[in-house]
Write a protein that binds this ligand. Sequence first.
Ligand SMILES: [Zn+2]
Length: 61
Amino acid sequence: MATSRECPSCALEYEDTGDLKQCPYCGYEFPQRRSSVQWVAWLLALLLLWPAVKGLMMLFG
Ligand SMILES: [Zn+2]
């Protein structure tokens, strides 16, 4: 599904079809999410959530 997004470089709205790699107006290359970055993000989220998980375990355990 295409969604309307705003280019961070020229501030023009474009239709994001999901596989668009650069702005159709100014040619700005959108930063691509690499799998390794996503993996680190998940790890960080897990580390941040861990105290909350531990707290819940202490409440119910
Ligand atoms: Zn642009």
